[in-house]
Ligand binder design. Structure first.
Ligand code: FNR
Length: 379
């Protein structure tokens, strides 16, 4: 199939399936437990209907926004996903180049298969957008704090604007496919941000590996003892000028604590349904977070976004920006940088058309009044 024949993210998903082996495909598409949250992330978008307004001159439409004073073509970013070279040999650099040319923002995973320096270069070098591009680094804090400090120092030196600390993963969620497929990084690939002998355990690790590793070097894992009071302050002391965002907030209570601890932004996320199963879909968690934050810091959301109208709905419910994970991985698997660009273009065309057909010409006009909940209307 030619890229121009791929019309939707669903098309991209089906074509990507023939491009990956079972281990990679199931690692990308799968979630934790029975996949209740995984499915609900997408299904939640279908529970909201759009209330369009007409006769409002939609001949001009501006879907753009900004992030950290950088212009973005639309309120869309590329979520952190580990090991992108499993999808395509060009991996993270291809994704970063596509994002820069499109005018998006990348959040690089701690477990990238390309070094954070190389990705920063690719993510901030572009011919089509003027000015500097923003760049985020997703962070896990390891039990060996030196591992984390080393990585942060590299990120500061490379010029990252912000780190997104993932707070939903004191342990890895229970993912059956990873256990069944003996998921591990193929031997021809390397982690880009760690020395070979660092002892760092790859995210997406499974029980088999846990058992095997007992006989090997003591692994360096995520630190499960993290706490609001001591660790956010610690992180601040080792992050220099980089902003600190928290990724994985799902409740008003934690949003309040994040604000209280002075973080720079929040990402409402359930890790794409890969951590605790049966937590709320992110679209449903979003309003309670937006309501306690009341515009004091930005609130972003990720999970289940597959169409431009999904972006529209999330923005209507108060998100400042949506991050997408799997659609980018599917695009990457299908055609490297061009496939990622296709995913971004599809989402842009759909978002802009949704805005116009709903009677909006600027992202600032999107509001809760433009949506209704199906149940509330007795459907
Ligand atoms: C992820 N995600 C993720 N998050 C994170 O903080 N660190 C990571 O290393 C990864 N790795 C990762 C791998 C894969 C294969 C997927 C699909 C996801 C979660 C990611 O950042 C994001 O929260 C979700 O992907 C959003 O959901 P959608 O857009 O994939 O539905």
């Amino acid at each position: 199939k030619r890229l121009s024949e791929i019309l939707s993210i669903q098309d991209l998903r089906s074509v990507s399936h023939s491009k990956m082996d079972q281990m990679a495909r199931e690692y990308y598409d799968g979630g934790a437990g029975d996949g209740v949250t995984l499915k609900d992330n997408e299904a939640a978008y279908d529970r909201f209907i759009i209330r369009p307004r007409y006769l409002r001159d939609v001949s001009q439409c501006d879907p753009s926004t900004s992030l950290l004073d950088h212009p973005l073509t639309m309120p869309l970013g590329i979520a952190a996903a580990a090991m992108m070279k499993l999808a395509h040999p060009d991996g993270e650099s291809a994704v970063a180049r596509a994002a820069a040319d499109f005018g998006s923002v990348v959040c690089l995973s701690t477990f990238s298969t390309t070094s954070l320096e190389d990705v920063h270069k690719a993510a901030t070098t572009t011919t089509s957008m003027s000015g500097k591009r923003p760049c985020f680094l997703q962070l896990y804090i390891f039990q060996n704090r030196e591992t984390t400090i080393k990585m942060l120092n590299r990120a500061m030196k490379a010029g990252y604007d912000a780190i997104a600390l993932t707070i939903d993963s004191p342990y890895i969620g229970r993912r059956y496919n990873e256990v069944r497929n003996h998921f591990k990084l193929p031997s021809h690939l390397k982690l880009g941000n760690f020395e070979e002998n660092s002892g760092v355990k790859v995210g997406g690790e499974n029980l088999m590996e846990d058992i095997e590793s007992k006989s090997r070097k003591q692994p360096d894992r995520y630190d499960p003892s993290l706490e609001w009071d001591k660790d956010i302050q610690w992180l601040r002391s080792v992050c220099g000028n980089m902003q600190i965002w928290l990724k994985g907030i799902l409740t008003a209570e934690d949003a309040e604590l994040a604000l209280h601890h002075g973080v720079d932004g929040i990402i409402v996320s359930n890790h794409g349904g890969r951590q605790l199963d049966h937590v709320p879909s992110t679209l449903e968690a979003l309003p309670e977070v937006v309501d306690v934050i009341r515009g004091r810091i930005p609130v972003h959301v990720d999970g289940g976004i597959r169409r431009g109208s999904d972006v529209f709905k999330a923005i209507c419910l108060g998100a400042d920006l949506c991050w997408v994970g799997r659609p980018i991985l599917w695009g990457l698997a299908v055609a490297g940088q061009d496939g990622v660009r296709r995913a971004l273009d599809i989402l842009l065309e759909e978002f802009e058309l949704t805005m116009k057909l709903a009677g909006c010409t600027h992202v600032k006009q999107l509001s809760r009044r433009m949506l209704a909940k199906r149940d509330a209307m007795g459907y």
